[in-house]
Design a protein. Sequence first.
Length: 201
Amino acid sequence: MARITGPKHRLARREGVNVLEKQSASLDRRMNVPPGIHGRKGGRRKVSGYGLQLREKQKLKKFYGLLEKQFKKYIATAQREKTNTEDALLRILESRLDNVVFRLKLADSRFQARQYVSHGHVLVNNKKINIPSYSIKEGDIITLSAKLVKNEVIAAKLSEEFTLPDYLAREATSGKVVRYPKREEIQNPVDYQLVIEFYSR
């Protein structure tokens, strides 16, 4: 199974935004410094129109932890739908099982959520699913396995207070997708139009 490996903070520093969507003091200190030996000296260069599209595309891919082949497939699927392409792409990305586990605050990051799914610790409608890209439907119930919840560290984390967007609901270690999210409910600092334009060239 293809996945992004290597230093995670470098992904965020390359884009200049926290694509990991998790708090980190060390990342905050170095966010404005590009990765690499010459990062501090060179700063960020002025980019062309193509470069802007490329960076937005790379940024969105890194938000969801995707490689090019799978991301391009999502773009093609969104473009075939009769609805707005940007809205269709957002729905496809947000419907991924690993993303939903993360959005439900059942995991600290998408990388951790992906690991939970891959190791068979996530159930959808009481059926074990170990495919991170599995597409969640409205009304689906997502639950963590009893074995995972027995871990004291994880159990303590899950007992902490949390706030969810209106399109999700959760009680203890079980959550539900009430409806698909609206674009304004997803706070990714990405220009989806530039992403679509990149693949429409």
